[in-house]
Design a protein around this ligand. Structure first.
Ligand code: FES
Length: 318
């Protein structure tokens, strides 16, 4: 079992509709491990579920961790358990901070685009960029103002000139347009996007159309709406000479990795195209947002991180 830390919910408060903020303090030491902006921790819930949440407090402060958790009524139940059981004063086990969404150090300019609860890692990034005196801008897309968390804090952190809120009921009803917000690519400029899959897909596609190099586009998916589970089927990994059963709860990528076959992965949400694999036989059930409609109809390649199979067997060139 990975190393865990016992913490107490020192403060709990509402920061937007359906979003609570938890401030966690250590039970047995004065400070918590330092973390980098973009990092997340596991929360080990009493039910046995383990859920990941981004740290959205100031990375300079290690006397407490701050999380913001959206109640996801259609989710697997983790956020509901957090909302119902992690009351002020309760204790919980957390994992060590891990960072799969790091800031590139010393970038000349950073464009941060948050959708909904995807604001959390980007808020920590904004604090870090502000403290380093680096150039950045922050775009925050929400369904409504009532669902926008930390707006005043973001304005304080970014300054009005670097912060923009997009929601249908914001003053003037400003709509978000990826193509107006994403600047032309420049050396030293990095783009970060975190939020729902649809927003990320649109931001990544627009950046690529404008000529951005993938190495300068950084993403973290929150609230993946595409289910990755489904009926069982078999995959024949042709080059690896292995035949693997894919269970209803498994992705092809997970099953291939379990079988010792290397699979390049990045977003694991069907957005980035890193895991695209050639299909030699069989009919995929495409669930990604990377392939074009034409490519889907051709059924010659698929995203193995999220897509499944319409046929009982798929033969892949891997
Ligand atoms: S890992 Fe990004 S599309 Fe599969």
């Amino acid at each position: 079992m990975p190393e865990t830390i016992d913490v107490r919910v020192a403060h709990r408060y509402r920061v937007a509709e359906d979003i609570i903020c938890l401030e966690l303090t250590p039970l047995s030491s004065p400070a918590l491990p330092a973390f980098q902006p973009g990092a997340h921790i596991d929360i080990h819930l009493v039910s046995g579920a383990i859920r990941q949440y981004s740290l959205c407090g100031d990375p300079k402060s290690t006397n407490r961790y701050r999380l913001a958790i959206l109640l996801d009524a259609a989710g697997r139940g983790g956020s509901r358990e957090v909302h119902e059981s992690l009351l002020e004063g309760s204790t919980v086990k957390i994992g060590m901070p891990r960072n799969a969404f790091p800031l590139v150090e010393g970038a000349a300019h950073s464009v941060l685009i948050a959708g909904g609860i995807g604001v959390t890692p980007l808020l920590a990034m904004a604090m870090s960029l502000r403290d380093s005196g680096l150039s950045f801008e922050f775009h925050y897309v929400t369904r409504s103002k009532s669902r926008a968390a930390f707006v005043n804090e973001l304005i304080d952190c970014c300054g009005l000139s670097r912060f923009r809120l997009y929601s249908r009921d914001a003053q003037g009803g400003i709509g978000f347009s990826a193509s107006s917000v994403i600047p032309p690519p420049e050396d030293g400029t990095h783009l970060y996007v975190c939020g729902p899959q649809r927003l990320i897909a649109s931001v990544v596609a627009t950046a690529r159309e404008k000529g951005w190099n993938d190495a300068h586009i950084h993403l973290e998916v929150f609230a993946t709406s595409t289910p990755r589970t489904g009926a069982a089927f078999r995959v024949v990994a042709n080059r690896s000479n292995k035949s693997i059963d894919i269970g209803p709860e498994q992705t092809i990528a997970d099953a291939l990795l379990d079988a010792g076959i290397d699979v390049p992965l990045s977003c694991e949400a069907g957005i980035c195209g890193t895991c695209i694999t050639s299909v030699l036989e069989g009919i995929p059930e495409h669930r990604d947002s990377f392939l074009t409609d034409e490519e889907r109809e051709q059924n010659q390649k698929m995203a193995v991180c999220c897509s499944r199979s319409r046929s009982s067997t798929l033969v892949l060139d891997i």
